[in-house]
Design a protein around this ligand. Structure first.
Ligand SMILES: Nc1ncnc2c1ncn2[C@@H]1O[C@H](COP(=O)(O)OP(=O)(O)O)[C@@H](O)[C@H]1O
Ligand SMILES: [Mg+2]
Length: 291
């Protein structure tokens, strides 16, 4: 578990960016972090692996204080980071050399490094790219390589900072699918997201506002706070927005949905109530053929 307790952080002499912020990430949990630009999301996740340490308060990674300089290497192995711009993270002359960089620094035997590189590249679907020069890869492929580099450290947690930013739709989907797969294999995820449709599968969504976590709950609970999220200038998932607008038009629908399938059922049930047959079960049955 990662536990963040009442941390305060300021850059230089500025106002605090993190103002007595507390949060936690459980073992194997998938936590999404959202909030307006500049609210401190990146600053917060840099505290999770000791890239930054708080001025006040404490960050514990599996019980170890990130201020303990003798533990920093192990903390950085446990808590991997995938940043927005993969070019800053790619250092090797070939893809495999790049992915081997982290485990190489752990002083592991070369057979173990080889195994980890192969397994990590396979995990992100990039095994065929091992010999390629990183600069010849697309933005999406580079992002996958930086994820493989983190996986080769066998982390317990990975923080992703807007991992789909500036990717095309198919690369985005690939990255999202990989994040979900890593989570099902037991790695805890902290996912800073801009596109809310990407995080409807998270266990928990945390909203950051004015230097703290203002709301934390399941995606349904958090996205139900539509008015509040809008005051922060945040998007909400499109299906939630659709039902919210229908409600405003007087439709008797709940906004407590996350998927298109749920939204169809909700709308057809409401439409069925007003139709001649009133038989929404038929619509539900028909939907069932698709979901
Ligand atoms: N290296 C830095 N030096 C000074 N100020 C910074 C630095 N990095 C971020 N900030 C400031 O800290 C605040 C939070 O930034 P950041 O954590 O990047 O927010 P977010 O990731 O939510 O967009 C912003 O006001 C930003 O300008
Ligand atoms: Mg950021």
């Amino acid at each position: 578990m990662i536990s963040v307790e009442n941390i305060i952080y300021r850059y230089d002499q500025g106002d605090p960016v993190l103002k007595s912020l507390s949060m936690a990430v459980g073992d194997g949990e998938y936590v999404a972090l959202i909030g307006p630009n500049g609210c401190g999301k990146t600053t917060l996740i840099k505290h999770l692996n000791a890239l930054l340490v708080p001025a006040e308060g404490v960050v514990l990674v599996d019980g170890t204080d990130t201020k303990d300089s003798s533990a920093v290497r192990e903390i950085r192995r446990r808590v991997g980071m995938v940043f927005q711009n993969p070019d800053n993270q790619i250092i090797g002359m070939s893809v495999e050399e790049d992915v081997a960089f982290g485990p190489g620094n752990l002083g592991l035997p070369s057979s173990e490094i080889r195994e980890r590189v192969d397994a990590s590249l396979a995990m992100v679907g990039m095994a065929d790219y091992a010999k390629r020069a990183p600069h010849t890869l697309s933005g999406g492929e580079k992002r996958l390589i930086s994820i493989a580099g983190v996986l080769a450290m066998k982390p317990r947690y990975i923080a992703f900072d807007e991992p789909t930013a500036s990717l095309d739709p198919s690369s985005r989907q690939r990255v999202i699918d990989i994040i979900r797969k890593l989570n099902t294999e037991g790695i805890a995820i902290i996912h800073i997201a801009h596109d809310m449709d990407e995080i409807i599968h998270a266990d928990r969504v945390m909203v950051m506002d004015r230097g703290g976590i203002s709301v934390s709950g399941t995606p349904r609970e958090v996205f139900a706070r539509i008015e509040y999220l809008k005051t922060l200038g945040l998007h909400i998932p499109q299906v939630v927005e659709l039902l919210w607008k229908l409600r405003q038009m007087g439709w008797d629908v709940s906004t407590d949905v996350l998927t298109i399938e749920d939204a169809c059922l909700e709308i057809s049930a409401s439409a069925g109530d007003h139709s001649d047959t009133g038989d929404s079960s038929r619509v539900r049955k028909r939907m069932g053929e698709y979901v």
